[in-house]
Design a binder for this molecule. Structure first.
Ligand code: IVH
Length: 387
């Protein structure tokens, strides 16, 4: 009924953050200064630049080329044994490719739920009265936390390797980018946006380039990561408490903003599912104007206690439907009342049904309900339906 614990052979570290160009310049200067003290004079440090993937960090252990164990990061020194779940992810090899691999290889990386899979899964979940995920990160985390790995197997998950833990006997690579190329050769997925950049100006350019690509990617990222590419330099730079001095995350501005809920309406889906939607005072979130946000279902509204007139945080990630994250309690008007779901279908006035244990209210009228009829025709004529 629970996962067993795994003690990481080498701790899984976290990353420091920079949020501005100035903080990035400071990070780079600190590195140049520290290297100077070791008589390394390098004004243009080479960095391996990578997307900062928004999923769940895992460590996967191969012995004699076979996947033997996989664990979550946990607190960095102890994680949970999720081997059975990790084995269901198709892009993670059960055996390393080729014949030349170390006796022990711990691969570290991020498990993510791709955005297309996330949307498809939530659609399915809605239709089958299963829990929908608020965002792809929760999707990845929730799927790996499944005690029944047959369920994990049905979730759309992907993995990208970004470093190694214990390697025995040690490898001979000089650079982090060489290690990633080596992992790729062994059959492990490495993110295609990974590249080596030289000096802080190229770091900035990389940040801007990836920022522009962000919305079109099939996975969520919340920034980019720069890692000193030279492993010898990494060794000299070392660590502060739990994060390396040789790497940092350059975060994108939050895709969250606050705005006012002007009204809460309900929508009728193709299968009669009733979804509450918040009509918002238009607000720009991560560069896109948002006027509607999904409230998922009655349980979600109750849990977050979202009401008309509330000031709320809204969040969007890529082209995923924006959602209300939470209410700013201090800004609630005095006369506000909890939201009540309607008893009748707003379109055909049929009495709404709720099957015990289900989160979703439904209109039972089927194709005699105009809303369901319209959605059914749209579905029938959609590319997927027609194909
Ligand atoms: S490297 C020693 N690289 O960020 C550095 N982490 O804030 C260890 N993450 O727990 C991490 N993308 O879950 C690294 N390209 C990337 C990453 C990445 C996402 C996550 C990871 C880690 C957290 C640290």
């Amino acid at each position: 009924d629970k996962f067993s614990q795994v003690i990481h052979a080498l701790p899984m570290l976290s990353l420091g953050n920079v949020f501005s160009e100035n903080e990035l310049l400071d990070f780079n200067q600190r590195i140049i200064k520290t290297l100077e003290k070791s008589n390394i004079n390098n004004s243009q440090v080479a960095y391996c630049a990578e997307p900062k993937l928004d999923g769940l960090a895992v460590s996967i252990r191969y012995e004699q080329g076979q996947l033997v164990q996989a664990a979550t990061r946990g607190d960095g020194s102890t994680g949970e044994d999720i081997t059975a779940n990790i084995k269901t992810i198709q892009s993670i090899p059960l055996a390393l490719r080729g014949k030349e691999f170390p006796e022990v290889l711990e691969v570290r990386g991020e498990v993510v739920m791709p955005r297309d899979g996330f949307k498809r899964y939530n659609q399915w979940a809605l239709e089958h009265n299963e829990k929908v995920f608020a965002n792809p990160r929760n999707g990845a985390a929730g799927s790996l936390r499944q005690l029944d790995s047959r369920k994990t197997a049905r979730r759309p998950l992907a993995f990208y390797a970004y470093s190694v833990g214990l390697v025995e006997p040690g490898h001979q690579h000089q650079r982090h980018s060489d290690v990633l190329a080596w992992l790729k050769g062994l059959g492990l997925p490495v993110n295609h946006l990974t590249e080596v950049v030289c000096g802080v100006i190229e770091c900035q350019k990389y940040y801007q380039k990836v920022g522009q690509l962000r919305d079109d990617l099939n996975f969520d990222i919340d920034g980019v990561v720069y890692k000193v590419d030279d492993l010898n330099m990494q060794e000299i730079l070392g660590f502060v408490t739990k994060a390396p001095r040789w790497a940092t995350a350059h975060k994108f501005p939050a895709e969250e903003a606050t705005t006012l809920i002007e009204n809460i309406e309900v929508q009728v889906g193709r299968t009669g599912s009733i979804t509450p939607v918040a009509r918002l005072k238009p607000v720009s979130v991560g560069g896109v104007t948002v006027t509607n946000a999904t409230l998922h279902n009655e349980d979600e509204i109750r849990r977050k206690d979202v009401r008309t007139g509330d000031t709320v945080f809204v969040r969007r990630a890529g082209d995923v439907i924006p959602e209300v994250v939470k209410v700013v309690a201090s800004k609630r008007p005095n006369n506000s009342k909890p939201f009540q779901m309607p008893r009748q279908c707003p379109v055909c006035q049929s009495e709404l049904h709720k099957i015990a244990g289900e989160a979703v209210l439904r209109c039972p009228a089927g194709l005699t309900c105009d809303a369901q009829l319209k959605e059914s025709i749209k579905h029938f004529a959609s590319r997927k339906g027609m194909d």
